[in-house]
Design a protein around this ligand. Sequence first.
Ligand code: 4AD
Ligand code: MG
Length: 480
Amino acid sequence: MQHTEIIKLLGREPSLVEVTAKGWVRSFRSNRFIALNDGSTIHNLQCVVDFSAFEEETLKKVTVGAAIAVTGPLVESQGQGQKVEIQVSKLEILGEADPEEVKLTILSPKRHTMETLREQAHLRVRTNTFGAVMRLRSKLAFAVHEYFQNNGFYYMHAPIITGSDAEGAGEMFRVSALDPNNLPKDENGKVNFKEDFFEKETNLTVSGQLEAETYAMGLGKVYTFGPTFRAENSNTSRHLAEFWMIEPEMAFCDLDGNMDLAEDFIKYVIKYALENCLDDLDFLENRLLQEEKNKPEAERSEMALKEKLQFVLENNFKRVSYTEAIEILKYSKPNQKKKFKYLIEAWGADLQSEHERFLVEKHFKCPVILFDYPAEIKSFYMRLNDDGKTVRAMDVLFPGIGEIVGGSQREERYDVLKQKMADMGIPQDELYWYLDLRKFGTAVHSGFGLGFERLVQFVTGMGNIRDVIPYPRTPGNAAF
Ligand code: 4AD
Ligand code: MG
């Protein structure tokens, strides 16, 4: 018999027609009630068995983690918590799970630390928390595409293997087909990459921006949504070595238009989650409330998860220049009392996440967009302002997350860009094609990058970025 997803069955009215469900056993109580989950929803299907009607041998195999198929009519549930349940007339064991072995895994129904869950990343999606997070991740990805497709953007696939460093920060993973034990050398004794697969040095992309700019200068409005890689040694709850980035790029758009887009886009996907993922959000909200009960009152968040999402929808992001932000930070309590790890002494200082979080969480108490940063602390491609010392950059800062978006208006003037590259030591021969854009029909254009995992973190309330991507890659860890 064809099986039906549990999410569909739970939405049906009771009926005598027999249905089949397939899934994994979450629990089996009193030799009578099986809680079955198939991943289609956070909710389990209650399956009621009359144990006298089945072989003992079969019932013994209904253990936590086993895959089974059940058939029977959907009847009105006698118990609480669900409208319907299945009255099992046929029970089939599809894949057994030895209870002795299950006991040693995170499938066993007891509390496991997040670290243990990470070590069993191949099983963790079968828990309620990770099921909810990964369903949300999928829905959010869909909302991202929907937003751009509905707003006149074309999806552009930027290359994963590139020959340039888009951020000019040198945090790249090499790509090579050379044998590390037998490297070809040139006359100077250096590795001869002419003999490598691409006949040059290549790396995994850190950002699709530069290529996206070339496409925006032909298609008008484009966005990328793909994996990006950074070999930065940051062991924090906000950094991954492999993460997914969304990068819109728009011709004929300045920094104000760019900020408008970032705000509108983020609000759209958050609204989508509230409208389409309520069951999972309810679960995650409760999970956070439970977790916070163990914290001292002062450390608990002021808002519950959905309230926090609603708050973002209903309030304008506060737009503040870097210069204003430095003034606020300089005279702030934690700076005066030397509580910041990095004290803000003068204009030009790079902002650390402690400063960003102070601005968002303590000072403004809402999402903040900082703009017009000092040229020195930002990438080479950002448009220089008339003051000659700041660039048209913007970062969107979120509560609990810090920087969620980084973007800018791009330097469209050939001479200014060339000079900037020379000053910052960016190789112009490698990026001749990027300079070409400024020769052939240059135009004002802007874009930004949003770290998808940081967005998923914000929406799900998960504290660690390793828990919103199926198989996290971080310094010292590429398990699975
Ligand atoms: O600020 P970033 O480095 O900007 C760029 O890469 C630009 N090329 C984007 C553009 O203008 N098209 O990165 C953009 C965003 C950050 O705001 C952050 O959300 C995320 O990418 N991000 C990371 N997320 C997880 N792990 C990391 N190591 C990240 N580095 C950046
Ligand atoms: Mg940035």
